[in-house]
Design a protein around this ligand. Structure first.
Ligand SMILES: [Zn+2]
Length: 110
């Protein structure tokens, strides 16, 4: 990824919550937005949540929400439509990013 965008997103995350983008379907779109957190909903069921890794490495993180998935994440949207996920997101490979998403904000774990 372009180094400019990498640092731009890191700086923006310090000040701004990420918006939510709802898509219709059971999977993430082929072309993922740079900052938005994508929620895939089909037949009234929330299937997954995805975002580009907030470290800027370009990796697309996909988190299952459906009941049957294991592991799975709990999602909630506040009155402004910002996402909170539980538990935290921890990438075991690659950049090994570990962070929480709370009200659309990326909260890094040390
Ligand atoms: Zn990363």
């Amino acid at each position: 990824m372009n180094i400019f965008f990498k640092y731009l997103t890191l700086i923006l995350d310090k000040f701004l919550a990420r918006s939510t983008l709802i898509v219709n379907g059971d999977s993430l779109p082929k072309k993922m937005p740079i900052r938005n957190i994508v929620v895939a909903i089909e037949s009234d069921e929330t299937w997954c949540v995805g975002l580009k890794c907030p470290c800027g490495c370009g990796y697309i993180i996909e988190l299952p929400i459906i009941e049957e998935a294991k592991p799975r994440w709990d999602i909630s949207l506040n009155s402004k439509g910002k996402i909170t996920l539980h538990p935290s997101v921890f990438l075991k490979r690659g950049c090994k990013s570990h962070f929480w998403i709370k009200s659309g904000r990326i909260i890094w774990c040390k």
